[in-house]
Design a protein around this ligand. Structure first.
Ligand code: FPP
Length: 250
């Protein structure tokens, strides 16, 4: 994709459901962890591509609350890969302006992963080129219930009036507070579902599904998704003509 051709059509925020590592490995008669390792390389390439083309926010679904139910060996392997990824990418993130955040139940992660996460988050907090949000032990319903509990507590204590609850206030109680909603959701490997991912934040996102499994989703595939996004008309509930007029006047 020629980035200069679509200066206004680049999504600010891309969210990705990285699916298909296991099947990719099975097709090669290799253990599932082999697929996750290749998937970690695709993560590196996706982050690099996002930074290079000027995407400002990238949110990756790396481990869901449901993924804890996978075989212990696979969970352990994934946690090891995460730790390695964080260790090996810290300098690269600092040098390239990448600020890390974690969306999810950080306290459920093994100590050494949580420690590494905290270190990378702290050391990249002044980076401002790309926000990289890793979803770890993440589930959207749990996130929204947590937000509702906090808002309810504020109402009970009198800090908040129920009439003050609106879209913005609710968004401000989610992990993604302060960041724009995703413009584009990509899901790899042929499945077409949301799997409890960013259900509030994806309300107006464009959806892009590809049969390519995550380990094969590299720069060219990412650029193809951006190219398709650039050709979509986002209407936000308006008519096509209204949306076009809004585009021209902005
Ligand atoms: C889904 O594929 C993928 C996951 C549950 C894990 C994603 C992990 C990575 C991409 C690598 C490690 C992450 C980082 C950030 C370094 P699946 O295993 O469900 O595939 P399947 O549907 O083919 O079984």
């Amino acid at each position: 994709m020629d980035e200069t051709r679509y200066p206004d059509s680049l999504p600010q925020h891309v969210a990705i459901i990285m699916d298909g590592n296991g099947r990719w490995a099975q097709q090669r008669h290799r253990p599932r962890l082999f697929g996750h390792k290749a998937g970690a390389d695709s993560v590196r390439e996706a982050v690099e591509t996002a930074r290079e083309v000027g995407i400002r926010h990238l949110t990756l679904y790396a481990f869901s609350t449901e993924n804890w139910q996978r075989p212990g060996l696979e969970v352990k392997g994934l946690m090891g890969l995460l730790k390695n990824y964080l260790q090996s990418e810290l300098d690269n993130m600092k040098n390239n302006g990448i600020r890390l955040a974690c969306f999810g139940q950080k306290d459920r992660l093994p100590d050494e992963v949580r420690g590494m996460l905290d270190q990378v988050i702290a050391e990249t907090k002044l980076c401002s080129k790309l926000r990289l949000n890793l979803c770890l032990s993440y589930g959207s319903r749990a996130e929204m219930i947590g937000a509702m509990q906090e808002i309810s507590r504020k109402c009970v204590s009198g800090e908040l009036n129920p009439e003050e609850i609106d879209d913005q206030l609710f968004s401000d109680h989610l992990y993604s507070t302060g960041q724009p909603d995703p413009d584009l959701l990509i899901r790899t490997s042929g499945e077409q579902r949301l799997s409890n991912f960013l259900l509030w934040q994806l309300s107006y996102a464009e959806l892009y599904f590809t049969d390519v499994p995550w380990p094969d989703f590299r720069r060219d595939q990412f650029l193809a998704a951006l190219e398709e996004y650039a050709g979509r008309q986002r209407r936000f509930g308006k008519t096509g003509a209204q949306a076009e007029a809004a585009c021209v006047s902005s």
